[in-house]
Design a protein around this ligand. Sequence first.
Ligand SMILES: [Zn+2]
Length: 425
Amino acid sequence: MLIVNADELLTLAGTSLKPRVGKEMRELAIVRDGAVAVRDGRILAVGKTKEVVRAFRAGYVISAQGKTVLPGFVDPHTHLVFAGSREDEFEMRVEGVSYMELMSSGGGILKTVKETRKARVEKLVELGLERLDAMLIHGTTTVEAKSGYGLTTGDEVKILEATRRLNQLHSVNVVSTFMGAKAVPIEYLSNPEEFVSLILTEMIPKIASRGLAEFCDVFCERGSFSLEQAKRMLVKSKSVGLKPKIHADEFSSLGGAEIAADIGAVSAGHLVFSSVEGIKALGRKGVVAVLLPAAAFSLMIGRFADARLMIDSNVPVALGTGFDADCWVESQQLVIAMACRFMRMTPAEAITAATVNGAYALNRADEVGTLEVGKRADILVLSVPNHKFVGYRFGVNLVDKVIKNGRLVVDREKQDEPIFMSKNE
Ligand SMILES: [Zn+2]
């Protein structure tokens, strides 16, 4: 397959094997009138159209004239697998009830936990497939999925088994994270420490030995898990081969960023209230900050992470949807639009954050996140003439085509025209 004549081909090819920081985040390594050659699911060549078509003959040619070509989006933070929905609570939140208030009255996460416990694995797979379809159509080709709506060993295993099935069944690559410490379940509310000990002695060993997850994540917040508990769980997970991640400083400045740096987490999510010291520590340790502006937007926190300070402090910034039952968003394009407006990231920085830095947050940068020879051919063709449109034009899907593992899996040009557009009848 050849993709030719792209107005802008964003290769994001870098000079180092590290996540992009500081000014590097603005360097998209753009080839004008660019082309990509693909064979056997891999990228064979990248360069000027003239040169690539001289070197390779293809059975299938895609014209990207007037369009922008870039790596598939990597979404490094989602809670993909859950049952039920919480639109009633959304209405209450709009009317002023806070997230933590909903939680303490048995709503919020705990409602979704109840519904997810009741669901069979087949149902969870079916729901997950629909969500992955929506993500793929909007350009996401690699996604992380956290468990955490089960909160018993059996239900967490069930969610992670559904996640494994989703990775096998769907063309989107699904990276699995165990997050038993997402909330304290109702049966342990009077003794959260007992639940922590269940995670430490039963869940983490079982999930690691069955190879059901690659990462372990912990929600560190008042009313959930303390810094000290988070640290214990992540140290334990690390010792059995689950790489640590953390949900930190989402609603208050607890010191989660500092802990992430301290234990050498691969990434830290949210960071809305992180201290300056915490941010500097992330930069020193190279912990990827996964910012989730759609989550702050959806929960109406009224504040966003300080992306500018992070970029100035050499923190590698990535962007994720934070998809879950109270932040129901499948589109990294919308997240980019929010990152530009609410966190003052430039379109180029936001694209870097949603591709190559997202790949680093999932330890997948050797495979995806840039368009370079040898990498997996996960490629987007967007129906806009340059990268600045990504973020600028929002609320519609800019995807024209998605190529996944070298196969054309989404082609919106080929869709039948909507009836109301037809003039001939
Ligand atoms: Zn999350």
